[in-house]
Design a protein around this ligand. Structure first.
Ligand code: NAD
Length: 443
């Protein structure tokens, strides 16, 4: 099929590449000229496992192209996807200017019939707003084009995005037109061969489904962090509690890891946006407000522990930080807990030596050159001249470190394990003080 995608970020680029891989002809549109130029030369601007070869292969075969020119792209697409950002507005609501901007652009160039598919995470009622925005421009132009708007929220996880896109758990389609649903069924048929994963519903339910999914996942994390904070105070080990509760199939082991709080481009903004949506409909979503509040506190946990360890005297100290990305297998630093930690350390007069397998460039882009930040080439290099070590992102490469080497390098051998990655006894047997999250001992 002929597909057009607005936005070549994590969602747009992965979706475009995977749809091209299935044999569709995909044109991706972005306003960022440098990104488009790079993609045309096979330069993938984000780190996402498995993405680069798919982009290169399909671009070379002519099934995947990139442009900044919306007119031919809109003429091309039987299906036109909107996959642009919906960042938080000043009050935490989703900022709709990019989505509605694309809707107007579609209105300016549309001829004939197309299905407009919204993949961005958007407030309930956005399908109606997109419909009105496109229609207003068509009326201004006096154009007789026809279209349907469908909500098709995206559930891919950064770090696993290609796999999630090729093998989705479910494909949620919110639509009020049979013609549009039929087109999406045809497009998604290759992803549906094992069993029917398409869940068809009305547009508003589809829009809310995306927020509900992310709010549920964020709630699980904040819940476990709350239990961890209780565990720490009562002398229990939350890692044992986690296994004890996960064994109940109604709870399950997935996504109940305590840690340094959730980050990324989705959970923080989507929980906030859902809370604002509820408020806009005269409902006070108290649980969501608490999920956010617990998370905000949790992001300060490692810093507080390190500060107490040095009795508040952080000036002149150096902290080695392992992991900068908001989670493993991505270079995404949006709302990453590492940023809260580093910024608090700098404010207190401490320096950071950091290592991350993929997020070095992104960190440099955000913070530029500064004397109190050294970005290192490997994990052990980050320990050189450092006083203590903070583990922030649980990349596989950090799982089985050489504790003897860590002890030898650190000025004050102590590990602040923000992901409960290590066995406290093994660390202590190596002569290193261990501080995890909710593991029965705190500072
Ligand atoms: P992103 O910030 O990585 O990419 C957005 C892209 O859109 C950018 O390249 C930007 O230049 C481009 N853009 C902006 N205005 C444009 C316009 N008028 N025309 C063409 N391109 C334009 O965003 P993302 O992470 O891919 O997220 C996109 C949407 O998908 C958001 O609503 C997000 O909440 C949602 N989402 C993201 C994820 C994720 O893991 N990142 C997962 C599911 C859903």
């Amino acid at each position: 099929m002929k597909v057009t995608i607005f936005g070549t970020g994590y969602v747009g680029l992965v979706t475009g590449a995977c749809l091209a891989e299935m044999g569709n002809h995909v044109v991706c549109v972005d306003v960022d000229q440098a990104k488009v130029d790079g993609l045309r030369q096979g330069i993938v601007p984000i780190f996402e496992p498995g993405l680069e070869p798919i982009v290169k292969r399909n671009h070379a075969s002519g099934r995947l192209d990139f442009t900044t020119d919306p007119a031919p792209a809109i003429a091309h697409g039987e299906l036109i996807f909107i996959a642009v950002g919906t960042p938080p507005d000043e009050d935490g609501s989703a900022d709709m200017k990019y989505v509605l901007g694309v809707a107007r652009t579609i209105g300016e160039h549309l001829d004939g019939y197309a299905v407009i598919v919204n993949k961005s995470t958007v407030p309930v009622g956005t399908a109606d707003r997109v419909r009105r925005a496109v229609n207003d421009v068509l009326v201004e132009r006096g154009a007789a084009a026809d279209f349907d708007v469908v909500s098709n929220p995206e559930f891919l996880k950064e770090g696993d995005a290609v796999e999630d896109c090729l093998r989705p758990d479910r494909i949620v389609v919110g639509a009020s037109s049979d013609r549009a649903v039929a087109r999406l069924r045809k497009l998604y048929a290759p992803f549906n061969r094992n069993h029917d994963r398409m869940v068809v519903m009305d547009e508003r339910s589809a829009e809310l489904t995306k927020y509900a999914a992310n709010a549920m996942l964020a709630t699980k994390i904040s819940f476990m962090n709350e239990i961890a904070n209780i565990a720490e105070r009562v002398g229990a080990d939350v890692e044992l509690v986690r296994q004890g509760i996960g064994a109940d199939p109604r709870i399950g082991y997935h996504f109940i890891y305590p840690g340094v709080g959730y980050g990324g481009s989705c959970f923080p903004k989507d929980v906030q946006a859902l809370e604002r949506i509820a408020r806009g409909h005269d409902y006070d979503a108290r649980l969501l407000a608490m999920v956010e509040a617990v998370n905000a506190d949790q992001k300060t946990r490692i810093y507080e522990q390190i500060s107490r360890y040095f009795d508040g005297h952080l000036k002149g100290k150096t902290v080695a930080v392992w992991g900068l990305a908001f989670k493993p297998n991505t270079d995404d630093m949006r709302e990453a807990p590492s940023r809260k930690l580093m910024e608090a350390l700098w404010t207190a007069g401490a320096s950071v030596r950091a290592y991350d397998p993929e997020a070095r460039g992104e960190t440099q882009r955000i913070y530029g050159e500064r004397e109190d930040l050294v970005l290192c080439d490997d994990a052990y290099d980050a320990l050189k001249g450092a006083d203590v070590l903070a583990l922030v992102t649980e990349w596989k490469t950090f799982r089985s470190p050489d504790f003897a080497r860590i002890k030898a390098e650190l000025g004050h051998p102590a590990i602040f394990d923000g992901r409960n990655l290590y066995d406290p006894r093994a660390v202590e047997d190596a002569g290193i003080a261990y501080y995890g999250i909710g593991r029965g001992r705190s500072l």
